[in-house]
Design a protein around this ligand. Structure first.
Ligand code: PLP
Length: 370
């Protein structure tokens, strides 16, 4: 991989993404909607979409219509679905670009139908059912009546029905069982009335790992595609591979005298002569302004010291006397026998691995291993 032109960059292994999709397909034996919203969880939406669809994902799921249109402009030909809200004025674009939207209430369906009627098209939609997430979804008791009215609508084609699980990373909370029992009851009512949409789906990554009964016709994994754990309590099997490595180059190595402040506020002061390195990574890249972080230099863990700046931060290099400017530094990933995982960073930041990768700034070059 040619990296000479960059001072910090992300390496994304598309072979890992293809492998992970295949593992999911092997486990579930269903269709796969690759959930690639938020720039493919920071990994770069178009490359992730291409790798996922090459490996057998037949759908791409995003949060917003702009994300869906971006996929279409780039030539992604799989089915594409907006899982969140779509403004009614964008319905003509959805129809023109063969994009599925989510519908979750009657007023919305009416608005969408009116816009579809103007362009003389039929909008493809999946109906979202509220079963316990408390976010978006039609209350279950309204679903049969709604479908009765809309199943043969001239301007809306409802060809899927779905729900979202709130606690799929927990094994014994009863949350998933309760949601699925509500969902199954609705499905049974609709089937009995002959108005059940074709595609039924519910499972996010955690449910793919923990709840085969949530697979139905299609699963909707996001984080596992990237080889990252759905939660600390739901680690991935070893067949899954993380796709992401974050690297930087040492841009300076100097010995500072005792009593020298390092970075804003001089919250770190050298206690003796210390070798201090600089890497061109900061909170402007999504590397948080937290104390107590570590990176890898020449296969060893070293401390990030002083405050993280917008574009740079400093390293204590006394344990790696041979480190020189130009050396590769790993912020996330493996070097030698050492490894820093997204989970480790998330724990240090008091957040989830999801937030770490979604926060990777656009300005970070993304280089792909094919
Ligand atoms: C509706 C829906 N389905 C699927 C997913 C994928 O979730 P995960 O990344 O946990 O697999 C998300 C992501 O938040 C979502 O909002």
């Amino acid at each position: 991989m040619e990296t000479q032109a960059y001072s910090t960059w992300l390496e994304i292994d598309l072979r890992a993404i293809r492998n992970n999709i295949k593992e999911i397909k092997k486990m579930t034996q269903t269709e796969v909607m690759a959930v690639i919203k938020a720039n493919g969880y920071g990994h770069g939406v178009l490359e992730v979409a291409r790798a996922a669809t090459e490996a057998g994902a037949t759908w791409c799921g995003v949060a917003r219509i702009e994300e869906a249109l971006n996929l279409r402009s780039a030539g992604i030909q799989s089915a594409v679905m907006v899982l969140g809200y779509t403004p009614p004025i964008m319905i003509s674009e959805a129809i023109r670009n063969d994009i599925h939207v989510a519908i979750y209430d009657e007023a919305m369906a009416k608005d969408y139908a009116a816009y579809a009627n103007i362009v003389g098209g039929r909008l493809k939609a999946h109906l979202k059912v509220e079963t316990g997430m408390g976010r978006l979804g039609m209350f279950p008791e309204k679903v049969p009546g709604f479908l009765e009215q809309h199943f043969h609508h001239p301007n809306i084609e409802i060809d899927g029905i779905f729900t979202h699980l709130a606690r799929a990373d927990e094994l014994h909370s009863g949350g998933v069982e309760s949601q699925l029992s509500i969902f199954n009851k609705v499905l049974a009512q609709c089937r009995k009335a002959g108005i059940c949409p074709g595609f039924v789906h519910a499972a996010n990554s955690a449910a793919v790992m923990n709840y085969p009964e949530a697979y139905y016709d299609m699963v909707r994994p996001g984080i596992t595609i990237l080889g990252l754990d759905p939660s600390p309590t739901t680690p991935l099997p070893s067949a899954f591979t993380p796709a992401l490595t974050w690297k930087a180059r040492l841009t300076s190595v100097r010995t500072l005298p005792p009593g020298h402040g390092v970075s804003y506020g001089s919250v770190y002061v050298t206690s003796e002569e210390e070798r201090i390195g600089v890497i061109p990574v900061g909170y402007g890249d999504g590397y948080r302004r937290e104390m107590g972080q570590q990176v890898l230099v020449r296969g060893k863990r070293v401390n990030v010291i002083g405050r993280v700046c917008m574009d740079q931060c400093m390293l204590q290099l006394d344990d790696v006397p041979d480190a020189i400017p130009g050396d590769e530094v790993v912020l996330l990933g493996a070097q030698g026998d050492e490894k820093i995982t997204v989970n480790e960073i998330a724990e240090r930041w008091g957040t989830l691995n999801y937030e770490v990768v979604c926060g990777l700034a656009d300005r970070l070059p993304r280089l792909y291993e094919r």
